[in-house]
Write a protein that binds this ligand. Structure first.
Ligand code: UDX
Ligand code: UDX
Length: 468
């Protein structure tokens, strides 16, 4: 395989493909990077002159786009052209959990991976390094290889190697994670291809941070890393319930256990349940694989991490209803934060979706404010049209979106903080109390507010993992 990479193509301009390619283009001005996507609306966003319309919100992404777009970073729908010119192709399409057929509810739907491999097989010319960037079930590389090899049999000029190079970026800090990774993992068996990819990362990553393994170890490491992170959250969330029951404080417990250097302080924040496109999907993938190999105990071990997560989210919505005297019918509830975490516009698998649906189902009128998630996204998640803010109080089980936190709070019986956006840490509690209908409740599912300050104004407060 040749070593010089001049043209990169990335299939999929999503939360992973877009930021990852922007960083590669920035660090490697000599390489031409083309990101292709079939979604015209997304492409329009990536090509927009107004950088606030980029489809992905990440701190620092706009500056990279401004610097590289049109220079050596391009977004287009011309799959044929860019695949045929590429020396290296990243597959970065989405792999949602299957909703029907074999493995429904657990296995990943690989139809887009399959389709991408076929397109590469069809349009590629010469020698091409194909890289799995999407998180995939272990041994997917084999499927990709088989599809590609069948086309090289027909055309001797086409030669492919497949590498796994999973992404460990965390949304909300994607650019920083890409620029300063803990490690870069490259799985494969063709030394030249591994060297070609390593050479790209070496432009900004220290060599000791680049780990190479075989394909399967690389694929499994990505799933396992996410499963371990999610497991910590389920563990701390389970302890949060014990804190509430016993009078302990989860913040103290997290600190006390996290200072043990063997445990470490990260990922010990109790919350309404983890969300995001990866954790649930990747654990379910592990469960599916374990079952496939007859490892029933392993499967049920990891399934529990997801079960506790669902339980935690449901626990939050149930106790809101309980604290509001068992009925929220026609009461106004302000939802502060809808993204699955702060600093992103992504709402995939956000706890806010299930909490909102439960509250709507109980007849509550919910008013949602999030600084970055669009109203059209919320509409598609809740599968229900919004009503105008001014009509919300006449409704029963309706939702509206508000332009500010204060607008959402006006006239509400309860405020539920679901995402840890910075602006919710410093709400003016005197003003909040004056705008709400008493007895007013604040539910802080991220334990971010200043309790002493808020309590001064007669607000009832429930904070996750805080026992009385
Ligand atoms: C990524 C990873 O790839 C996924 O495996 C991981 O588990 C979650 O993160 P992400 O970038 O977040 O996915 O997904 P998304 O934002 O949905 O972007 C995927 C893009 O691929 C979309 O813009 C979609 O239009 C595009 N796509 C999908 C194609 O261009 N062609 C296809 O055939 C399928
Ligand atoms: C995750 C992994 O961190 C990343 O390495 C991988 O590439 C993709 O999946 P992401 O889903 O973007 O990244 O966000 P992450 O910061 O891991 O948060 C996931 C969820 O866990 C969020 O809903 C977040 O609010 C929640 N969380 C995180 C907690 O509830 N408590 C914590 O202490 C940390």
């Amino acid at each position: 395989m040749k070593l010089e990479v001049k043209n990169i193509c990335c299939i999929g301009a999503g939360y992973v493909g877009g930021p990852t390619m922007a960083v590669i283009a920035d660090k490697c001005p000599e390489i031409n990077v083309n990101v292709v996507d079939k979604n015209e609306k997304r492409l329009k966003g990536w090509n927009s002159l107004d950088l606030s319309l980029l489809p992905v919100y990440e701190h620092g992404l706009d500056k990279l786009i401004l610097r590289c777009r049109g220079r050596n970073l391009h977004f287009s729908n011309d799959l044929e052209k860019h695949i045929s010119e590429a020396d290296m192709i990243f597959i970065s399409v989405n792999t949602p959990t299957k909703s029907k057929g074999i493995g429904a509810g657990q296995a990943s739907d690989l139809k887009w991976i399959d389709a991408s491999a076929r397109e590469i097989a069809k349009y590629a010319r010469g020698e091409t390094i194909v890289i799995e960037k999407s998180t995939l079930p272990v041994r997917t590389a084999q499927t990709i290889k088989e599809i590609l090899d069948s086309s090289s049999l027909l055309n001797q000029n086409k030669k492919f190697t497949v590498l796994s190079n999973p992404e460990f970026l965390s949304e909300g800090s994607a650019i920083n994670d890409l620029e300063n990774p803990d490690r870069v993992l490259i799985g494969g068996d063709d030394e030249d291809s591994i060297n070609a990819l390593t050479k790209i990362y070496l432009k900004w990553v220290n060599p000791e941070k680049i780990l190479t393994t075989n394909l399967w170890s690389s694929e499994l490491s990505k799933l396992s890393a996410n499963a371990f992170l999610a497991q910590r959250i389920s563990s701390i969330n389970s302890i949060s319930a014990i804190c509430e029951a016993t009078g302990a404080d989860i913040k103290d417990v997290s600190k006390a256990i996290g200072t043990d250097s063997r445990i470490g302080e990260d990922f010990l924040n109790a919350g309404p349940g983890f969300g995001g496109s990866c954790f649930k999907k990747d654990i379910l993938n592990l469960v599916y694989i374990a079952n496939h190999y007859g490892l029933k105990e392993v499967a049920s071990y990891w399934q529990k991490v997801v079960d506790i997560n669902n339980w935690q989210t449901k626990r939050v919505s149930s106790l809101i209803v309980e604290k509001l005297f068992g009925t929220i019918s026609s009461k106004k509830i302000a939802i502060l934060g809808y993204a699955f975490k702060a600093n992103t516009n992504d709402s995939r698998e956000s706890a806010a979706i299930s909490v909102s649906k439960e509250l709507l189902n109980e007849g509550g009128n919910i008013c949602i404010y999030d600084p970055k998630v669009s109203i059209s996204q919320i509409k598609s998640d809740l599968v229900e049209d919004p009503i105008h803010l001014s009509n919300l109080e006449k409704s029963e089980g309706g939702w509206a979106s508000a332009p500010t936190a204060i607008e959402a709070i006006k006239g509400s019986d309860a405020v539920v903080i679901l995402t840890e956006w910075e602006e919710f840490r410093s709400l003016n509690w005197s003003k909040v109390a004056s705008l709400m209908r008493p007895p007013s409740w604040i539910f802080d599912t991220r334990s971010i507010i200043d309790l002493e300050d808020a309590k001064k104004y007669g607000l009832n407060i429930w904070s996750i993992g805080l026992g009385n």
